[in-house]
Write a protein that binds this ligand. Sequence first.
Ligand code: TRP
Length: 332
Amino acid sequence: MAKPRVFSGVQPTGNLHLGNYLGAIRNWVKLQADYECIYCVVDMHAITVWQDPADLTRATREVTASLIAAGIDPEGSILFNQSRVPSHAETAWIFNCVARMGWLNRMTQFKEKAGKDRENASVGLFAYPNLMAADILAYQATHVPVGEDQKQHLELARDIAQKFNFDYGVEHFPAPEPLILGEATRVMSLRDGTKKMSKSDASDQSRINLTDSADDIAQKIRRAKTDPAALPASVEELEGRPEARNLYAIHAALGDETVADVVAAFAERQFSDFKKEMTERAVDRLGPLTAEMRRLMADPGHIDAILHRGAERANEIAAPILAETKRIVGFV
Ligand code: TRP
């Protein structure tokens, strides 16, 4: 039997960091064993807020390089950038006419990103979820690995698929399902354990970038916020200690262990001990990845060739689906 099809997207904005790696990319790599995987660098989503063109080009290559360095196989899986495959934009337009204003008005990410100045947000930012639905459904993908923050968008994609099918009386689009991934690690800021690690945090000390050197990583972990209490003797003792909990979760994820394993290993020891071992582990795990990324980034032409080839393969799947979508709508 054919493997079920997975689609997921990542925005080429700024550097990827440890949160992206442990929360998403690591799982994308694992999914390759059991699914037909289509991974997309969503440059069209990126421009829903202003992007300097040169930065967008560089970030597109950088994200692609990190994905390959992390273990996405561009031969087995399909890896490409969104703007090279026309089905995304064309399907999105049709979905603009399927989705209702009321549905999009409820999207919390739009409210957050537009902030108080809604009048000045781009129309693209408002219609962002329709393009995301198009990404997935242009391939009739059935499974989508997403984090908590994208669940509402995926729900909308299901609504769009269902309304399209109902309105036109067809069974054309499958309702895509979220793939909830193992212990999806929610990586928090190294400066504030209650905030998500984020590329938009003003302090670079708050995150470990996938481009950081071993020295950067060591220094950031050394300065990471902790608390004065002794290291926990049980997982429950991490309650109310967001910084300690975050460091333990990162250490566990980097070593493919559980938090309970880490608690057991460090009970009655010192934070300084723990941080030393955490640094070693982070450098061991991320070092080869960053080295491979640098190697790839040295040859942008090679990265572009990978993306172009990926786009051709993506288009082979998407083009006949789009032709059928247009036929259903009544386009001549
Ligand atoms: N909106 C997603 C994010 O910001 C990125 C994305 C775009 C995506 N299209 C997608 C994720 C399709 C899953 C499926 O993280």
